[in-house]
Design a protein around this ligand. Structure first.
Ligand code: WT7
Length: 654
């Protein structure tokens, strides 16, 4: 049976950049017939080059693809300078603080702030092209200034999400060998101050010899420790900086930023993005997928610590000359109407958030949106995890009033920008379906041997041609880059990019993402490696073995379920499992951060292992779900362990 389809709003479609499926198909056909010509056209039309490139795509060292080879540009000219002539007094960033304070940052002011910060980094701290700068920042305008200031002078930024612990921050500082850290004393959340600087202090306590300076933005003016010669106040230093700064001339392929993300091993990967290809696709998808127009106000609720914050709060909107809203707080404070109140007051036209947030807002206030005037909304976006049909329907009917396009955008840290998504004026959508690849993106659902799966069958979601905004390498580990993304699926003798996600294509070519097929779990849109959480838990002195799996969760999408085997000498004496659970979550919070805390921790007598010692996670996933075990367990070293684990889960009440 064919699923129900929702067609684009006719009035909207008329004015959209891509107006119907014929136009979509024409673009796609063009890309298929003349791939390089397609990208050449857009690169020339969209980017303000300092010097033109002499080769569109270099595939000679695959999978280390190079785009727009030899071209020179500076991403901040694309995002700021070129707008000064035409929209200097337009709001570039509208900032709303947790407590309701607002700032309007015009393009001219953005230009001045970014240049001043760039001068500070270059002239006072000696930051040079290619140096790494780690940002550990709250959601305040200075976070965007800092990213752009780095880009201005050719430094490579690595933003670390503010919810990561000191240990996790230290790992990332060390891996990137950062010279400078930019942070804030703290910021505000749910009406109260919280702190970041003390976490930086802890991270730098040992093993970070590369770090020379720490720049501290004073946001909440709470007391922090200042270490002489290392820590500097941004607020004090910035006043005296000149507000023009010569942009560094960057090569298309110079790294723009690193962003660490989880994979299937314990060590996070420093995903490296380039200058030209990244900014081109950030801008194009901003225009195609959100269809942002000159007078629109666009709001993405992500945190700048994730790729969504990079591409769709900072780089994409600014490259497109849009007005981007930056919000310090949470959409549920002071109540479930906060987000809708902001939409009403700021007349938001495009709203982009995660399924988890939609489910929370739905649960907290099913009819809350009806109390506000949301008539300004045109496009509603979702990202980060599969959205379920009930959440989709609520978003469509109640938030969008049945007249907004919903763009379910599938992409990843590694893809730099949207890959599979409806086009708001063109694509007839099916609820909870990412629909079709964007023009120029060759996405296919394949078997391992590169053959396409039959309609309705699950396969591996692959991108079979390189694209401009793709990951270039893993910082410091090119071999791992090859192995992680170009090792699993081979099409016509050529390894192709495999995303780690499973997907299904229906008879009409609609692609639905089914979720990760590797050992990565997705909790509230946060991507986490089970191996990373397991190695954190192993640091608890009583833990002998551990296996972590994801369990479906009605709000978070997935939650973390940990099976623990205790060391022999503590196994009997330990009656206090509640204490142990608490302690293990403390270890996780210390090693990774609160976002990785487990919802269920169960002590079991052993793990289900094959004779070769491999843990059968499928069985653990089924037990966590409370499912009957239907698979063959006779290959297990000790088949009786399954029942014992089930018993332990039952006793623990999980
Ligand atoms: C993983 C990437 C892309 C920005 C946020 C997350 C999942 C992402 C969707 C979607 C179903 C999705 C995938 C992907 N994912 N968007 N629309 N439908 N799943 O970036 O942390 O790199 O995570 O998020 O599993 O692989 P990320």
């Amino acid at each position: 049976m064919l699923q129900e389809k929702y067609y684009p709003n006719k009035e909207f479609a008329k004015q959209a950049r891509i107006k119907n499926m014929c136009e979509y198909q024409e673009l796609m056909d063009w890309a298929k017939e003349d791939y390089e010509g397609f990208w050449d056209h857009w690169a020339k039309e969209k980017i303000d080059w300092i010097e033109p490139y002499d080769k569109i795509l270099d595939e000679s060292d695959a999978p280390f693809y190079k785009w727009f080879v030899g071209g020179k540009l500076n991403v901040t000219q694309q995002c700021i300078d070129r707008h000064i002539d035409v929209r200097k007094n337009k709001a570039a960033i509208i900032f709303e603080g947790d407590r309701g304070d607002r700032q309007i940052i015009t393009y001219l002011r953005l230009y001045r702030e970014v240049n001043r910060m760039a001068n500070l980094l270059r002239n006072e701290f000696g930051v040079k092209k290619g140096d790494r700068v780690v940002l550990y920042m709250p959601m305040i305008p200075e976070a965007a200034y800092a990213m752009l200031a780095c880009a201005r002078i050719g430094a490579i930024h690595s933003v670390v999400f503010g919810g990561f612990s000191a240990e996790a921050l230290r790992d990332r500082i060390q891996d990137a060998e950062a010279k400078v850290i930019i942070t804030a004393d703290g910021a505000y959340r749910k009406g109260a101050p919280y702190m970041l600087k003390p976490v930086v202090d802890l991270a730098l306590e040992e093993g970070c010899p590369s770090v020379e300076k720490v720049l501290v933005v004073q946001r909440n003016f709470e007391d922090v420790i200042w270490i002489g010669g290392r820590d500097y106040s941004y607020n004090e230093m910035i006043e005296s900086q000149p507000d023009t700064c010569e942009p560094e001339v960057m090569d298309s392929e110079d790294p723009l930023f690193l962003l660490y993300t989880s994979g299937s091993t314990g060590k996070p990967k420093g995903v490296q993005h380039s200058q030209a290809g990244y900014i081109l696709w950030a801008q194009m998808t901003m225009e195609w997928v959100f269809d942002v127009k000159e007078n629109d106000t666009y709001w993405c609720t992500a945190d700048i610590g994730w790729i969504t914050g990079h591409t769709y709060i900072v780089y994409g909107p600014l490259a497109a000359g849009a007005t981007t809203v930056m919000f310090e707080g949470v959409p549920t404070y002071p109540d479930a109407g906060r987000a809708w109140k902001m939409v009403q007051e700021l007349r938001i036209n495009q709203f982009y958030t995660a399924p988890t947030a939609i489910r929370v807002l739905h649960k907290m206030g099913e009819h809350e949106p009806e109390k506000y005037d949301l008539s300004s909304l045109k496009v509603l976006g979702t990202v980060g995890e599969p959205i379920d049909p009930p959440a989709w329907k609520w978003y469509y009917d109640v938030v969008g009033g049945g007249k907004c396009a919903i763009v379910d955008t599938w992409w990843q840290t590694e893809t730099g920008g949207h890959m599979i998504s409806p086009l708001p004026g063109a694509t007839p959508v099916k609820p909870a379906c990412a629909t079709f690849p964007l023009p120029g993106i060759m996405a296919e659902v394949l078997e391992r041997d590169g053959t396409p799966v039959a309609p309705g069958e699950q396969g591996l979601l692959c991108i079979t041609r390189p694209w401009p905004s793709m990951i270039r390498t893993i910082w410091g580990d090119p071999e791992r880059f090859k192995k992680s993304y170009f090792g699993d699926v081979v099409k016509e003798g050529q390894p192709v990019y495999f995303s780690g996600d499973g997907a299904v294509v229906d008879e009409e070519g609609y692609i639905t993402i089914t979720g990760r097929v590797d050992d990565v779990i997705n909790v509230s849109g946060h991507r986490m490696g089970t191996a990373e959480i397991e190695s954190a838990i192993k640091k608890h002195p009583h833990v002998a073995e551990v296996a972590v799996v994801g369990r479906p969760d009605p709000i978070k999408g997935e939650s973390i379920f940990a099976y623990i085997v205790l060391k022999d000498d503590v196994a009997d004496s330990l009656g206090e499992e509640v204490e142990l659970t608490k302690e293990i979550n403390e270890v996780i919070a210390r090693e990774i951060g609160n976002i990785a805390k487990a919802d269920a921790i169960v002590v079991v007598p052993g793990l289900p292992k094959t004779r070769s010692g491999k843990v059968m996670r499928r069985i653990l996933r089924a037990i966590a779900k409370g499912e009957e075990i239907k698979q063959d367990i006779s290959t297990l070293e000790d088949p009786s362990i399954v029942e014992k684990i089930q018993e332990a889960v039952r006793c623990a009440g999980c």
